[in-house]
Ligand binder design. Structure first.
Ligand SMILES: [Zn+2]
Length: 446
């Protein structure tokens, strides 16, 4: 009956002790003595050479921690005089835990903090971390995300730090999250990628370390700055002007201006509500400079409606010459960025990033930020990348002429004598799908 309690049939329970938080078992194995020496291979020349009590942790039981002391038999070989312990097939002897506890820790480490797992089962936090790291290395080795021709790198503020999200722009999926966004880290990531020659384009925000990492590792790739990151600066300029005007109004008006700022930040063509149109009129009449800035913001957005690189360039030059001296300081950041990243920003007009990509990435980043709290960075990353259900998988068919072997045949491909070649289906995995991930996070099933 006690044997059943642990459900490890190779162990015989000799003794059990129970306290408020813990079970302690004393056990020995029921397996027969080994027939040969594991050191020299000599058969039937072993003798028992004492026992040693070793502690192994196991799955919690009845909400108590479980420790198993194994009275572990030692053997000595008459031939080579070496000693060795009996084999414990249910245990991971290096980590001093049962194998089933390893699987349990692997699963739990994606859900809970390492400290709470350690506390729950009685091992130290370092053991949990090591088991988790081994597990991630294993998952990483099994994972072979396809690289498509368009890579993206973006930043996300996650668990108190800026991280770098690496994406597949065409497939709208996450292929990695780097713990930091510095140049060395991006270089070492890119250097490990296979099929790097396939990458033709890299989308990024205006962050120099990304740019120099890409130029170092994939110099042939063209860098494209997403419209989103550029037009954001036009809205920021407008906000600065709105704030500068706060000084000249009453407290009541100031509050109203704050509440109405969305009207300024909305594109005119999207301002459908008549009230909103009136609000815009009132504020731009009251503050002519704000009105001018609003027009400049609108014109700047219009550049992105251009059909070609050439047209965009012309619109931009025109826009630049329209800025009055009084407004120059407010648009400084935008203009500086346009100067520093001119080539990369205008590359957009040859290789436009879709709104769908930008919108779903931004939504994911926002959601990730919420859900991420409570995870360690490593666990969050692992869960995003290695959960099978979040992945974007495409079935591909390939016709291959092959020598037919039984092992490779699928059931529907008989008869065998007709096989000179056959069509087979394989999967290509493109990272974790933005919208599947976001949905899981929003619904709470992540
Ligand atoms: Zn031996």
């Amino acid at each position: 009956m006690l044997t059943n309690m642990l459900n490890l049939p190779k162990l015989k329970i000799l003794y059990m002790e129970e306290s408020e938080d813990d079970y302690r078992f004393l056990v020995e194995t029921t397996t027969p003595s080994p027939s040969y020496c594991i050191k020299c291979g000599t058969v039937s020349n072993l003798y028992k050479h004492g026992k040693k009590k070793q502690l192994f942790y196991d799955l919690p039981m009845h909400a108590k921690r479980v420790g198993i002391y194994v009275n572990r038999q030692r053997y000595k070989c008459r031939e080579c005089s070496e000693t060795f312990f009996e084999n414990l097939p249910d245990m991971d002897v290096n980590r001093s835990v049962t194998n089933r506890l390893i699987s349990w820790i692997q699963r739990s480490s994606l859900e809970k903090t390492f400290t709470s797992i350690a506390e729950e089962i009685g091992v130290d936090e370092k053991t949990v971390r090591n088991i988790f790291n081994d597990y991630v290395a294993e998952l990483e080795a099994q994972t072979d995300f396809r690289i498509s021709k368009w890579l993206g790198s973006d930043e996300v503020h996650l668990l108190k730090n800026y991280r770098c999200v690496i994406t597949d722009v065409e497939n709208k999926s996450v292929i990695d999250i780097l713990p930091k966004r510095n140049k060395d880290m991006v270089i070492s990531y890119l250097s490990k990628l296979q099929d790097i020659d396939k990458i033709e384009l890299v989308a990024m925000d205006m962050w120099n370390p990304y740019k120099s990492a890409v130029n170092t590792v994939i110099p042939h790739a063209k860098i494209v700055i997403d419209k989103f990151h550029v037009v954001k600066l036009a809205n920021e300029a407008l906000e600065k002007i709105r704030k500068a005007n706060r000084q000249n109004v009453s407290v009541k008006e100031r509050r109203q201006l704050m509440r109405d700022r969305y009207v300024l930040l909305t594109r005119r063509k999207d301002l459908n509500d008549f009230d909103d149109q009136i609000k815009l009129q009132v504020w731009t009449d009251k503050f002519p400079l704000l009105g001018q800035a609003y027009e400049l913001k609108e014109q700047f957005f219009d550049i992105y409606e251009a059909e070609s690189f050439k047209e965009a360039n012309k619109l931009y030059q025109n826009w630049l010459s329209n800025i009055p001296k009084e407004l120059m300081t407010y648009f400084e950041d935008l203009i500086k960025s346009m100067n520093n990243w001119e080539e990369e920003i205008f590359n957009y007009f040859n290789s436009p990033i879709t709104n769908a990509y930008t919108e779903s990435l931004n939504r994911l980043i926002k959601t990730m930020n919420h859900v991420g709290r409570g995870y360690s960075f490593e666990a969050l990353r692992a869960k995003i990348l290695f959960t099978q259900g979040y992945r974007k998988v495409k079935n591909k068919k390939k016709f291959k002429e092959v020598e037919v072997t039984f092992g490779k045949l699928l059931p529907d491909q008989f008869p065998i004598w007709a096989q000179i070649g056959y069509e087979w289906v394989y999967e290509e995995i493109y990272g974790a799908d933005f919208s599947t991930l976001t949905k899981a996070m929003e619904e709470g099933s992540f």
